[in-house]
Design a protein around this ligand. Sequence first.
Ligand code: SF4
Ligand code: SF4
Length: 308
Amino acid sequence: MNREAHREKGLVFSIQRYSTEDGPGIRTTVFMKGCPLRCLWCHNPEGQEFLPRIAFNSSRCIGCKGCVDACPQGAINFTADGPRTDRGKCQNCGKCADVCPTGARELIGKYMTADEAFSEVERDILFYRNSGGGVTVGGGEPTAQPRFLVEFLKKCHEQGIHTALDTSGYVEWGEMEEILKHVDLVLYDIKQIDPAKHADYTGVSNELILENARRISSKGIPMIIRAPVIPGYTDGEDNIRDIMEFVSVLESVAKVDLLPFHRLGEPKYKKLDRNYEFECAQPPTDAHMQKLKRLVESFGLQTKVISK
Ligand code: SF4
Ligand code: SF4
């Protein structure tokens, strides 16, 4: 499961400043690239693979053909609709992105040392202090790069920065335990209690995930549970009730965030030349979200509907 054994650096695909939905206060969120799950509804598809990947935004392309000439693999074909990438030939070297004058081509994913990542987040340290915020690591799945993560989180703690880990929980316990030494808050995704359905929707069983949730709670580390509300998959009252029955006995759970489905990920699939399976899906209604919120509250848990 350790995919970074061969390197010292972490693969990061985005660093977002001034985030207010990834834990308390004002935060910087570091998104790590690579995830062992394949949630059907993933809204960060650019975070799934464990390697950098070229993306193309057609709305920015001015048709200069610079990328065609720059590609050493001959992977870009200029058509009436603009440049098209043969993904079978592309080596994701990023040379086309280097010459693209408009940013239409972009290499997603950058290898960074923990020092480099820390120097990015350190600049907002005063915001964190004044707002009760800090740094959140998400993804992708950050725990899939444990060596980088431990080093990075340790640096945050050494400077007194509050740290939050946004995770699916799908990681061997030994690795999670090392990471948790440097984590103040865990944002923990629970999508489905039934293991067979979980495997259908995400590609993996949830047994390890549920076991890790119990273990984190027994260590007393504050947790916020995050439940995605996906039409036709996880939006039923039965599913939310099952999750709450599991969660309500975990002592360190401070709150439950309900995450309604949205389609903000759709353009990202297009940029990666991937099919988007949720084209016809609609976000849950406010009335349905309020019903689920009341259901969560009936278990004596605080909850919030997060809209992104
Ligand atoms: S990333 Fe490299 S190989 Fe892929 S299309 Fe661009 S230049 Fe060609
Ligand atoms: S280099 Fe950029 S702007 Fe020029 S054709 Fe290629 S994608 Fe379009």
